[in-house]
Write a protein of this length. Structure first.
Length: 256
């Protein structure tokens, strides 16, 4: 394993392993665009476009085993919090406790993503956050608090246990947000199981553009390792506590 020029851990690619330039594919930005993004996201680092690759099977098996173990442990440890959130949602607004939304999964598949409901049932469904105006009027009484501390995402622990998601990976996007999916594809980021948290989330969350998110997701796809996953988890705690990037977070009706 070596350190990439952008400061993240990179596994050495064996001779003969297939790599694809991130500049290939429909809608992919050119090299100058990626270099500018790298400078904005990693100031002072040399611009190094991410390369697509598929991690070894050994890593994939260990990562999945850790996903199952961590999600089970988190569900057990956080069961009082999960129960309190469920009661708060049900007691303060009519409608179901959980919000279910179809999202893009790995390799172009779709799955049902679960969240605690933070918006009224009358909220417009499946709108990207950037297209959702006046979302405050549709928030439930406890919705802002759940989102402020990312508690609405906790039901996705069940998605991880089920195999739809991983603890760490590119965030799943709603089906209507095809632009981000198309930007991710040349970077091989769509071949990675989506995550509860990810490299883009600890580098700006929803305060970065779709192009920058795709760039960061591509970096993750090119740099996947247990050490890198641990680094992202550690930074996630700091991001949640500081609430950075929550400003433009979407809701159920607004995606994410």
């Amino acid at each position: 394993m070596s350190m990439g020029e952008n400061g993240i851990a990179l596994e050495d690619v064996p001779d003969g392993a297939q790599e694809a330039s991130c500049f290939e594919g429909p809608g992919a930005p050119d090299a100058g665009d990626w270099a500018a993004m790298a400078e904005r996201l990693h100031p002072g680092a040399s611009a190094r476009p991410p390369l697509s690759r598929v991690p070894g099977r050994g890593y994939a098996h260990v990562k999945r085993a850790l996903d199952v173990a961590l999600s089970l442990a988190a569900i057990a440890a956080l069961s009082p919090v999960l129960l309190a959130c469920a009661v708060a949602v049900k007691a303060t607004s009519p409608g179901p406790v959980l919000f279910r939304q179809e999202r893009w999964g790995r390799a172009g598949t779709r799955f049902t993503c679960w969240k605690f409901r933070t918006m009224l049932v009358e909220a417009p469904p499946d709108l990207p956050a950037k297209d959702f105006a006046g979302k405050a009027a549709f928030m439930t009484p406890v919705g802002p608090f759940l989102r402020k501390w990312s508690l609405d995402e906790l039901p996705q622990l069940a998605n991880i246990l089920k195999g739809d998601m991983s603890v760490v990976g590119p965030r799943p996007v709603i089906v209507r947000e095809r632009r981000l999916v198309e930007l991710r594809a040349p970077l091989n980021a769509d071949a990675v199981r989506p995550g509860l948290t990810g490299w883009a989330q600890v580098n700006g969350r929803n305060l970065v553009s779709d192009e920058e998110k795709a760039f960061l997701d591509g970096e993750y796809a090119a740099s996947m390792s247990l050490l890198f996953d641990a680094r992202i988890l550690a930074r996630t705690v700091a991001v949640v506590l500081s609430r950075r990037g929550v400003d433009r977070e979407g809701g159920e009706g607004a995606g994410e």
